[in-house]
Design a protein around this ligand. Structure first.
Ligand code: FE2
Length: 285
């Protein structure tokens, strides 16, 4: 028997709930990755869930702020958000759209609600860049809901933002971390199994319903608003335990580089952080 072809189902190594946080000019959100119990999950630096139907929780938005050295991935479920940067890029993210922004050497942008009432819901993920790409030109990969392919299986609906499912490839390209980013909708009792590259960091965040993650006696029940960190293996399996379960499944190749981080700057060394401050203050972004 060829051991390399053995399937190893990933089991849950850590379960945690997000912490209430406030960011930007006072937007209320839930910080899931990037909190004391899970400061990061290489290459993932942060995961925020925002979800509210109270305008006062989001109306202040995120006025002008910088980023350098990593990527921000905004995935909208409900609501509309306008982004505008200092390189002349501007657009509105609508429900179901994703914006994969490579900050690279630096951008200054605002992310403001394009609505004064109604629901605002979605995720922002921060994904690290390797040293060689931290000072690359800023870049956007932005896809509306009609540009994100959907794969249907029995009782399962998968939107493929990055990575692939049954030969359907998501539109986002990022060779450095080779990410997988799926939005899953699973009926009660339906199961979803997917090969994932061995060695990639991976997590599942359930945002509606409940799912059993893993196989057999190893399976862990993950409730809504809980994150499951997955151990290594060659595939992942989850099963819906509520009438409608929704979850994101995210994976990526770890960079295994030193991380020097200060607010919106994520570099490899303290000196590079100092340089980022200096470049930002002297208008070099
Ligand atoms: Fe931002």
């Amino acid at each position: 028997m060829n051991t390399e072809s053995q399937v190893v189902s990933r089991s849950v190594t850590q379960t945690l709930r997000g912490m209430p946080a406030s960011d930007g000019a006072g937007v209320k959100l839930t910080r899931v990755i990037g909190q004391p119990r899970l400061p990061d999950l290489d290459p993932f630096l942060m995961l925020d869930e925002f979800g509210t139907d109270k305008a006062e929780d989001y109306i202040a938005g995120f006025p002008d702020h910088p980023h350098r050295g990593f990527e921000t991935v905004t995935y909208m479920l409900d609501g509309r958000m306008r982004h505008k940067d200092n390189h002349g890029n501007e657009g509105v993210l609508v429900p179901g759209a994703v914006q994969w922004m490579t900050a690279g050497r630096g951008i200054v942008h605002s992310e403001m609600p394009e609505q004064t009432e109604g629901k605002m819901r979605g995720f922002q993920l921060w994904l690290n860049l390797p040293a060689r790409d931290k000072m690359a030109e800023p870049n956007y990969q932005e896809f509306g809901p009609d540009k994100l392919p959907v794969v249907e299986r029995a009782g399962v609906n998968v939107k493929v933002i990055a990575g692939q499912v049954d030969g359907t490839v998501g539109p986002v390209r990022q060779p450095a971390t080779d990410p997988t980013y799926l939005d899953l909708r699973i009926d009660a009792g339906a199961a979803f199994t997917l090969p994932l590259p061995v060695g990639h960091s991976a997590f599942i965040y359930v945002y509606e319903g409940s799912a059993a993650v893993g196989t057999g006696r190893d399976a862990a029940v993950i409730e809504a608003q809980e994150l499951a960190v997955l151990g290594d293996g060659s595939e992942v399996r989850l099963e819906g335990r509520a009438a409608r379960t929704r979850a994101i499944l995210v994976a990526g190749r770890p960079l295994r580089e030193p991380v020097a981080r200060y607010g919106p700057f994520v570099m490899n060394t303290r000196e590079e952080i100092m340089q980022a401050f200096s470049d930002y203050q002297t208008g070099k972004f």
